[in-house]
Design a protein. Structure first.
Length: 159
């Protein structure tokens, strides 16, 4: 059973189930809190609840840096890929948490790069983001329902 309590100016949901980690989440309204509590308890009962807390806490820059340090070093073109990753880390998109990155944000990132870079370079950056997120999901155990970079249309080459 979930507990919903008033916590300062918001509502806090506390879900404690045997065999699952405790879940604490805060909402602006009571109705949102109760809705989340009911949906989460239903998902836990069905065995399909996925905790996105790690994806909320992990920024894209952290994933890119870990990918650079653990995966890229073993590649043949490690030096060039490290340069690209470092440039991505300095970009504004790297400050978002993995749970907050949407295909729309990646598309905006792609569109801002159009002014300075060629389509092939932009496609390489998008692919690098996609591969780093996929590695975080598959190998590092960070849960995301989908990889937002996989939904982005790549640019065609211009002659």
């Amino acid at each position: 059973m979930a507990t919903i309590r008033k916590h300062y100016n918001s509502w806090q949901v506390i879900i404690r189930k045997k065999g699952h980690p405790h879940i604490y989440k805060t909402f602006a309204s009571y109705s949102l809190a109760t809705q989340y509590a009911v949906e989460s308890e239903r998902a836990i009962a069905k065995g399909i609840f996925q905790d996105m807390s790690e994806a909320n806490q992990t920024k894209l820059k952290d994933v890119l840096a870990r990918y650079r340090d653990n995966v890229t070093v073993d590649k043949k073109g490690a030096k060039q890929e490290s340069y690209k990753i470092n440039k991505l880390i300095r970009n504004k998109i790297a400050n978002y948490s993995l749970a907050r990155i949407t295909p729309m944000k990646i598309a905006q990132f792609r569109d801002t790069l159009k002014e300075f870079s060629k389509p092939a370079t932009i496609n390489k950056y998008i692919t690098l983001i996609s591969v780093a997120i996929r590695t975080a999901i598959n190998e590092w155990g960070i849960y995301l329902p989908t990889n937002p970079a996989d939904k982005i249309k790549r640019l065609s080459r211009v002659y």
